[in-house]
Design a binder for this molecule. Structure first.
Ligand SMILES: O=C(O)CCC(=O)C(=O)O
Ligand SMILES: [Fe+2]
Length: 244
């Protein structure tokens, strides 16, 4: 994607297809349509009117709300699964982004979104239900595994912050998007980013002599900048690894 560092060969998010009166506004918020933590900051109402893909503001807001609630619920379930309790994502900034891949036949076989991990904690993806292309890297073999479209399903993956917070128990999966067919492809991603203030520390219960602390923590914004400045769409987590 345009904001995923160097190497993306196709301008996959092209807001020109979402033309409205104020092109400057669209450029400024390229791909970032809604910040659940600060909706006013993104001028959501004017933006909605520019989005023919979801041209009824109400359905867009309904979708945002429902997917946000699902994300919050997944945070509670994740904690429970690790034997902890509480409301993990309470008050965390989230972003909803539409990815539009301008595939045409000459791009078949090339890369739409370069290999990356998601920098935040959790991603819920409503992937294109017809055009495939998402590929995840197998943790042990390093093989690319196609994540084929499945009607009526969502794809959920964890990002770097989840791996750091869980002290390595959760895995930030590397993935990319290839062009399989020369047709426009669209996906909608909810990113649960990280806490608003401060760094996210692993809970005491997840650090002990058998599981020594693996990573230094960093707040989400600094971590995002580190990935950008080090041009590390997949590897910035290694910079935070505590040397044993
Ligand atoms: O479009 C997709 O299938 C995946 C998009 C993605 O990986 C992302 O937005 O981070
Ligand atoms: Fe991603």
């Amino acid at each position: 994607m345009q904001n995923m560092g160097t190497g993306a060969r196709i301008p996959v998010i092209d807001m020109k297809g979402l033309e409205g009166k104020n092109e400057k506004l669209m450029e400024a918020w390229v791909g970032v349509l809604y910040d659940m933590a600060a909706p006013g900051a993104l001028l959501i109402t004017s933006f909605i009117s520019l989005v023919p893909l979801l041209n009824k503001g109400r359905s867009y807001q309904k979708y945002s709300k429902a997917i946000h609630e699902l994300g919050m619920d997944m945070g509670r379930k994740l904690l429970k699964g690790l034997g902890l309790s509480g409301d993990l994502f309470d008050g965390w900034p989230c972003q909803l982004r539409i990815n539009k891949y301008n595939y045409t036949p000459e791009y078949v076989g090339s890369t739409g979104a370069i290999l990356h991990t998601d920098p935040g904690f959790l991603t819920i993806l409503q992937d294109d239900e017809i055009i495939g292309g998402l590929e995840a890297v197998h943790k042990d073999t390093g093989e690319y595994i196609p994540v084929d479209p499945m009607l009526g399903s969502l794809v959920v993956n964890l990002g770097d912050l989840a791996e750091i917070w869980s002290n390595g128990r959760l895995w930030s999966v590397k993935h990319r998007v290839q062009c399989y067919e020369g047709t426009i492809r669209v996906s909608i991603a909810l990113f649960v980013l990280g806490p608003k203030d401060g760094a996210l520390e692993p809970p005491d219960e997840l650090v002990d002599s058998e599981h020594p602390r693996l990573y230094n923590s960093m707040n989400f914004e600094d971590y995002r900048m580190l990935r950008i400045t080090t041009r590390s769409p997949t590897g910035a987590i290694e910079i935070l690894r505590i040397k044993s």
